[in-house]
Structures are given as C-alpha cells and as structure tokens.
Design a protein. Structure first.
Length: 226
C-alpha cells in the first residue's frame, strides 16, 4: 500500500514537472516570438524610414540643384553608406523618380548657368558634363539654348573682365591665354583681341611702367609686353 502511494506521488510529481516545463516552454516561445516580432517591426520601420529619407533627399536635390540622374544616384549612394541604409534604398528611391525629365533638367541647368556674361559655349557644355548629364542630354540642352546667348559678345566681355581684374595692365598674350582657357573659339579670341574692349596702348604703357620698376633691358621689356 505504501509502495503504491509512493508511486502515485512520484507519478504526480513527474506530471507536475512536465507541466511546468511545458508551461515554461510556452512562455519562452512567447517571449521569443515577441522579441523576433519586435525586431522585424523595427527593421521594417528602418527600411521604410530610410526609403522615405532617400526619396526626400533626392527630391530636394533635384528641386534645389540642377543635377542629373547620375548625380542624384551618387549623392544618395554616399548618404546610404554614411547612414547605413539598405543597399536597395538608392534603387528604390530612383524608381520613385521615374517620371523626372532629365533632358528638361539639363536645359534648365544650361539656361541658369548660361546667364553668366563671359561663359563660352564649350565651357557651358563642360559644366553640364560635370553635372553628369549624358551626352545626349547635354547636346539637347545646348540646342535648346542656341540663339539665346551671343558668344561673340561674351568673348569680348570675358576679355574686358580679365583686363579689369589685372587693373588695366593686360598684355595681348595674357588676354589670348585667358580667352583660350575660357574655351572660346579661335575666331572669338581674335575678334575679342581686335575689339576695343581693352586699350592695348594704355595697357602696354602701364605694364612697361611696372616692368621698369625692376632693372630690365629693352629686350626684356619688349618680351614682357609682347
């Protein structure tokens, strides 16, 4: 009788232990489920937040800066790296901007930057390329502004500004170099040099006065003025 009672107690104890283990397992699974679910929710929010930030950054970049698709992608890629955005964030953001007319962006950039009085057509083309517009977009933009800017007059303006920067002591050789570096055509360079934008006689006299402040031979003076 005592043996049977002992067995009953042992059986009841085993059942109680098994039940507690089962209940403990359920609690553990519940906790794990909450943790995993919470992590999944946080990760989803992080991904969504990063995408929203990327789209906002791209939209702001387009709205405030004349920039190409490549320019936007490069900027977003840098931010993605710095902010540890998911790798597909940039691609997703660019998909949201699929309606952007990059040719129109290039034209607007050309119109804005082409307002400078002393910029040449080639220099404007280079600026568009630096903004990472494609060759086709750049060509279309330059074609769109064709006739709006008088690049011959701009060559003269560029030479005049150069002479003013040098306080009127500009030599023809330095003037030519300046215009060539500004990417004006040879005909525009020669036209500007032959214009009345600079009084070359006055410039030569002033330059001679500056050169004569140091011991200088006539040959050296002529070389400095040429």
């Amino acid at each position: 009788m005592k043996q049977k009672s002992r067995k009953d107690r042992q059986s009841g104890s085993a059942q109680l232990t098994a039940r507690r283990l089962f209940e403990g397992g359920l609690v553990l699974l519940t906790v794990l489920g909450i943790v995993i679910g919470g992590n999944a929710i946080r990760e989803h929010r992080r991904v969504v937040g990063a995408r929203e930030q990327a789209v906002a950054a791209a939209t702001d970049l387009i709205a405030t800066t004349y920039v190409s698709r490549a320019g936007v992608e490069d900027t977003l890629a840098e931010q993605a790296l710095a902010l540890e955005w998911p790798e597909d964030t940039v691609d997703w953001a660019m998909e949201q901007l699929a309606e952007t007319d990059w040719t129109a962006e290039a034209l607007e950039a050309a119109l804005a930057q082409g307002t400078e009085e002393d910029i040449s057509e080639k220099a404007l083309e280079n600026r568009l390329m630096q903004l990472q517009f494609t060759t086709a977009e750049t060509d279309a933009a330059l074609s769109g502004v064709s006739g709006r800017f008088d690049y011959d007059a701009r060559a003269v303006s560029s030479l005049k500004h150069c002479a003013e920067d040098l306080d009127g002591s500009l030599s023809r050789r330095d003037g030519r170099s300046h215009l060539e570096q500004a990417l004006f055509t040879e005909s525009q360079v020669q036209m500007a040099l032959d214009s009345d934008a600079v009084n070359w006689q006055t410039a030569a006299e002033k330059r001679a006065g500056e050169l004569l402040q140091d011991p200088l031979s006539r040959k050296g003076l002529e070389a400095g003025l040429s």
